[in-house]
Write a protein that binds this ligand. Structure first.
Ligand code: ATP
Length: 136
């Protein structure tokens, strides 16, 4: 079984969508391994989104993701990375299929409710960043 890092981003927490997201991933058959509500420091946010450092939206993304509490989850199950990305839907919520989390609850690419690691390598890196005690 695989693990992935899921974030209910500050917009999702502020809008009261934590239960909805957790309920969807549990209904799918994924299991919670760790969960913590926390507000990210700029340092952790910049590290988490390091691959986007040169993008024009990087500053805005860091402001957004540090702008309030988020829920960090480690989730486990068969092909967990792929399984959660399918539940989340496309990055741009307008293009995300209805029935996905982003497709059902968001309209803007930055405030798109959830994050899910995009590969096993990213999952290992991100779990290490958010939950060092769980690092493989
Ligand atoms: P995540 O990594 O959060 O799961 P993703 O892998 O679907 O999202 P990425 O391309 O890695 O998408 O972008 C990371 C995050 O940066 C997006 O989820 C979104 O919040 C934000 N983002 C991406 N593109 C833009 C953009 N053009 N303008 C503003 N924010 C953006």
């Amino acid at each position: 079984t695989d693990r992935t890092l899921v974030l209910v981003k500050p917009d999702g927490v502020a809008r009261g969508l934590v239960g909805e997201v957790v309920s969807r991933l549990e209904a799918k058959g994924l299991r919670l391994v760790a969960a913590e509500l926390r507000t990210l420091t700029r340092e952790v946010a910049e590290e988490h989104y390091g691959e986007h450092r040169e993008k024009p939206f990087f500053g805005s993304l860091v402001e957004f993701i540090t702008g309030g509490p988020l829920l960090a989850l480690v989730v486990e199950g068969p092909r967990a990375v792929e399984a959660f990305r399918a539940l989340a839907g496309a990055t741009d919520p307008v293009k995300a299929a209805p029935g996905t989390i982003r497709g059902d609850f968001a309209l803007e690419v930055q405030s798109n409710i959830v994050h899910g690691s995009d590969s096993a390598e990213s999952a290992a890196r991100e779990i290490g960043l958010f939950f060092p005690d769980l690092a493989a």
